[in-house]
Design a protein around this ligand. Structure first.
Ligand code: AMP
Length: 267
């Protein structure tokens, strides 16, 4: 595996090579690994990036406490026989003016966008730059962060960029909790709470409707969450139209805090 810190050197290496790209912020887990394995099935070189993007964090403290484990991540990627790893500095990513402006579809104002101001602007900003540097044929993204995936798709469409997003299923621990780098910040009792919450929402999803919102929110708090940001239903096939009921192609999106750690998921 070749490791790059400088975008110019990376660009020389991958020039004219079809690339399958897996962007990450490190703290690698089974979710990331499934994306990488899927990418490796295509007959292209797999490039993984590890970059904890400061612009998508709302609080400096959250950015600072984000789990980082460079050596462990590199060893995982080597075992997976990844072709290229790009680990840029902040300057390498933000030290140039990209060709395209940040484009944010209106859906960026919903769900996480409502509670984490400028989060998606930061996400699209970094992806715009990564895409300009790497020019990937395919990008592998997880449905765990469905809103992010949708907004990147809309960004590519807006600028007619010839890159395909491959949507990857959410990988979960045995207790149902979606794998996430942030889980490393949770204590064992917090993980139990996250598991109860996932199981509860999964169980009641078919009877969920907007009228029950307060009841369900209170139940999630009773199960041990500190606070619920949102729990809403959207139809993922109908351009993320809000739905009152859980029907075919719908998903329940939720975000909540346990012990000051913010977790998101959808079922
Ligand atoms: P992150 O490192 O959290 O920025 O995530 C990098 C990529 O991995 C994103 O496309 C995420 O949606 C995806 N991802 C994160 N967690 C999971 C998971 N549990 N299952 C599948 N994909 C995931």
């Amino acid at each position: 595996m070749k490791i790059f810190k400088d975008r110019h050197i990376l660009q020389k290496e991958i020039f004219n090579k079809p690339i399958s790209f897996v962007p990450t912020m490190g703290g690698l887990h089974k979710g990331h690994i499934s994306l990488i394995k899927k990418s490796k099935k295509y007959k292209k070189k797999t490039l993984v990036s590890i970059f904890v993007n400061p612009k998508q964090f709302n609080k400096k403290s959250d950015f600072k406490s984000y789990p980082k484990n460079k050596l462990r991540d590199i060893s995982i990627l080597k075992k997976l026989k990844v072709n290229y790893l790009y680990m840029p500095s902040i300057k390498d990513i933000y030290g140039f003016r990209p060709k395209n402006k940040i484009y944010l579809h209106n859906f960026s104002k919903r769900l996480c966008g409502k509670y984490r101001k400028s989060h998606f602007k930061g996400v699209v900003n970094v992806m715009n730059r990564m895409i300009e540097i790497i020019k990937p044929k395919k990008i592998f993204m997880g449905k765990k962060d469905y809103q992010q995936l949708f907004l990147i798709k809309k960004f590519l469409y807006k600028y007619k960029i010839n890159t395909k997003i491959i949507e990857c299923n959410t990988i979960r621990e045995n207790n149902g909790v979606a794998c996430s780098s942030r889980n490393l910040l949770l204590k064992s009792n917090d993980i139990k709470i996250a598991s109860y919450i996932y199981r509860y929402i999964n169980k009641i999803k078919h009877s969920f409707n907007d009228n029950k919102f307060n009841f369900i929110k209170n139940k999630i708090i009773e199960l041990g969450a500190q606070k619920v940001d949102y729990i809403e239903i959207y139809n993922t096939k109908k351009n993320f139209k809000r739905s009152k009921k859980y029907t075919r192609h719908c998903k329940i999106f939720f975000a909540y805090y346990i012990n000051n750690i913010r977790l998101i998921d959808n079922v």
